[in-house]
Write a protein of this length. Structure first.
Length: 359
């Protein structure tokens, strides 16, 4: 049944993409657009649709993504990229934003971009590790000491090489935004690894995440984010891990009133496009899209930091969430065992740790 529904969804999206991509003079947006403030005026809005773009025969590319709406680092990444994309291309390209799981799970969206169903995807780096092993390194626990440390790595040779590796698999990596450091929610206080023994914890479908939480003694349970709230409500799982803004925007505090600030993994956001689509564009458009991605990251990273810091305050002050700060040394001790299990990354790990600006 699931495969049948997925097939129907893919067919619908292909029809939608064909309709959007074939328009040369009509600048109406795809029906999935949600929250793109720079979108062309809708029919009957009283505005002249022909003045939306300045270039002749402008069109709105159905570059699709599937992330949360409203105040959230992922959503703002889309909004900033859309803004920069329109500016850099004189409104020739824009981002058609799909939110709330309309196009499937995060993993399905990345796969859809890989196989050409979607032209663009913006999602957590760990989901790209299923495509290129070069991304595995970023999901090792306690690898980065700060946001600035992560930026130095992502914008340097290691980050660029990981993006470049996607070209071997049919994608083009553009840039890294920020999701942020991840924390743990539960129905009880978590202070150290001993509190997580036997805990059924939702994780992303990322091998490094699963391995780490199993080492902590939890039962890591990969699950789509759209299923988490109900699963917590029904007791199928006991808690989950996420960036702070993700905990707030998904109202997890209603079913998990404890947040443990563990900051166990820093998650970058990867901006990527289908290689066939991207390579088929004029060279000047490719360069403009790359510039737009880099510019949007410069706006998005500080905004993501602001949102995540604000989220913890809001949950504690407005919703009565109990915030605890875990014994990081104990968590890091278990992380050390995980590093020992992966000697293949030892050279890269040493290089990354040597790039810490605080050293």
């Amino acid at each position: 049944m699931k495969r049948f529904l997925a097939a129907i969804l893919s067919l619908m999206m292909l029809l939608s993409l064909a309709a959007c991509g074939s328009s040369s003079g009509d600048s109406s947006s795809g029906s999935g657009n949600a929250g793109t403030s720079g979108a062309p005026p809708a029919e009957g809005s009283g505005e002249d649709a022909n003045t939306w773009g300045e270039a002749e025969n402008t069109w709105l590319s159905c570059i699709s993504s599937n992330l949360l709406d409203g105040e959230h680092p992922f959503y703002q990444a889309q909004v900033f990229f859309d803004q920069c994309l329109r500016e850099e291309t004189n409104n020739k390209y824009g981002l058609d934003i799909y939110v709330g799981g309309q196009l499937g799970s995060d993993s399905e969206m990345v796969e859809g971009c890989l196989n050409g169903t979607y032209e663009f995807v913006l999602n957590s780096s760990g989901l790209f590790a299923n495509i290129s092993e070069d991304f595995n390194i970023f999901d090792l626990p306690y690898l980065f000491s700060s946001n600035e440390h992560a930026y130095a790595v992502m914008d340097g040779e290691i980050g660029r090489n990981a993006l470049k590796s996607l070209e071997n698999y049919g994608m083009v990596g553009l840039a890294y935004g920020e999701s942020g450091f991840r924390n743990i929610t539960s129905s009880f206080a978590i202070n150290g690894p001993e509190d997580m023994k036997g805990m059924k914890l939702r994780t992303m479908d990322v091998p490094m995440h699963i391995e780490f939480f199993n080492l902590l003694g939890a039962n890591a349970t990969p699950m789509a984010m759209t299923e988490v709230f109900t699963s917590l409500q029904q007791g199928t799982i006991d808690g989950h891990e996420n960036l702070s803004m993700g905990i707030l925007s998904n109202r997890i505090y209603e079913v998990n009133p404890f947040v443990a600030v563990s900051e166990h993994i820093y998650t970058p956001i990867v901006y990527a496009m289908n290689a066939d689509y991207f390579n088929g564009l004029p060279e000047e458009d490719q360069e403009a899209i790359r510039r737009a991605a880099v510019r949007s990251v410069e706006m998005q990273r500080p905004d993501a930091q602001r949102q995540n810091n604000k989220a913890l305050e809001v949950m504690e002050q407005e919703y009565g969430v109990t915030i605890t700060h875990v014994d990081k040394e104990a968590f890091m001790g278990i992380a050390d065992a995980m590093y020992a299990n992966h000697p293949e990354y030892s050279e890269l790990v040493a290089q990354i740790r040597g790039m810490d600006p605080a050293r």
